[in-house]
Design a protein around this ligand. Structure first.
Ligand code: KQY
Length: 392
């Protein structure tokens, strides 16, 4: 594996959209006891279901730490590869490489700087050095040369692309004080253009209410095909999410993508607020003598946090399976409505909904715990080069 100091755009590599073909998916086994209830015991059931759902149509590799390796190996079916790799937590979207491809069928990775979503300013844990080392290790595993993005701090969950020259981001995240405080918005945009090889960045202001990542875009808005996005939505004007989603809606409806198409926005209705209970908080260890969650705290639930595999859309559900009570009834309805919306938008893919409350308690959802490895398709080019190829 070579470490590269050029840029993907300069070398005619680009990040394809998630809905394009994958050769695999990376996940990380959860075990951190201040992130996950009962040291990960509760979340692992959902992680296994997600890995199995993705593995129906692409290879899945799960990285597990030394002490959980045997447990992960036993809990996951044999066709899912488990490798031992150290990490600080289990957010593959943010710590695994962002992969880029070119039209000669080559795959490379990008190693962004990772600082646990805000470093010493408002990061979520310290230290984060094991997480930060993962992108290079994974590129080595996949025999992909890796772009060193230097000191530029970015997480995979903070960008979405259409593979045709457009990126979506939020200002609250990318301009946060804990990431690249010495850079201006336009300098940050130049980095995105150079590394993702896009020519147009659509800046939403914000994301999902109370999202501790400073509002990653992948929890509020995602491309479903070129020119089309889903946006987390509520009609409840008393919900703080309303103004946040409305602001994104206004920006998107007034935007065109890199190819000049108007963006079509599909509303994906939110579940009713999901709040952590006292009992759930009891399952979490403290961090530095402080609780990581407070009973009643609203979690950043969103149906947009799905993963597009080769054959499926693997999406979150918030109704407890087999629970017949009133509490779950509303979630059952919103789960079904979200499933319907996504099945209309992805007619050729199976929609697999998985109960992910135990992952949400950790602070994210299915998209946050997965990272796709795109299949380079020789001779097929969406490279916006042709518009943005020379930024190095
Ligand atoms: O991408 C994400 N949503 C990661 C969330 C990290 C939360 C740490 N408790």
């Amino acid at each position: 594996m070579k470490i590269l100091h050029s840029t993907p755009a300069g070398d005619n590599f680009y990040m394809p959209a998630e809905f394009e073909p994958h050769s695999g998916c990376i996940m990380i086994w959860p075990e951190r006891s201040d992130s996950w209830q009962f040291g990960g015991y509760a979340a692992r059931k959902a992680f296994v279901q997600i890995a199995e759902a993705i593995a129906k149509s692409e290879e899945v590799t799960v990285c597990a730490g030394y002490s959980q390796y045997n447990n992960a190996r036993q809990a996951l079916p044999p066709h899912i590869r488990v490798i031992e790799m150290s990490s600080d937590d289990a957010w593959a979207r943010d710590v695994a490489p962002t992969f880029v491809i070119n039209k000669d069928g080559e795959l490379r990775g990008i190693n962004w700087q990772f600082n646990a979503w805000g470093g010493l300013v408002d990061g979520l844990y310290f230290p984060w050095d094991k997480d930060n080392a993962m992108a290079n290790k994974l590129c080595d595993l996949y025999r992909a040369d890796v772009y060193d993005a230097g000191n530029f701090v970015l997480e995979g969950g903070s960008v979405h692309v259409d593979g045709q020259g457009t990126a979506l981001v939020t200002e609250n995240c990318l301009l946060s004080a804990g990431r690249n405080p010495s850079m201006s918005k336009s300098e940050i945009e130049e980095y995105l253009k150079a590394y993702l090889n896009v020519s147009k960045v659509i800046w939403l202001k914000c994301g999902i209410y109370n999202d501790e990542t400073n509002e990653h875009v992948d929890n509020i808005c995602a491309f479903v095909k070129p020119g089309h996005v889903v946006l987390a939505w509520t009609d409840d004007t008393d919900d703080p999410q309303y103004e946040m989603s409305k602001s994104c809606h206004d920006i998107l409806c007034g935007s065109t993508d890199a190819k000049g198409r108007k963006i079509t926005v599909h509303k994906l209705y939110q579940p009713k607020p999901v709040c952590i209970t006292e009992k759930e908080c009891e399952g979490l260890d403290n961090m530095n003598f402080e609780p990581t969650r407070i009973p009643g705290e609203r979690l950043a639930a969103s149906y947009v946090n799905f993963y597009i595999s080769n054959g499926a859309v693997v999406m979150p559900g918030f109704a407890k399976p087999d629970a017949d009570d009133e509490f779950n009834a509303s979630y059952r309805n919103s789960d079904a409505a979200a499933r319907r919306t996504l099945s209309e938008l992805f007619p050729d893919r199976e929609i697999i909904q998985i109960y992910t409350r135990d992952i949400l308690i950790g602070g994210g959802n299915i998209h946050c715990i997965t990272q796709q490895i795109p299949t380079p398709c020789p001779n097929k080019s969406n490279i916006p080069s042709d518009t943005a190829g020379n930024q190095s």
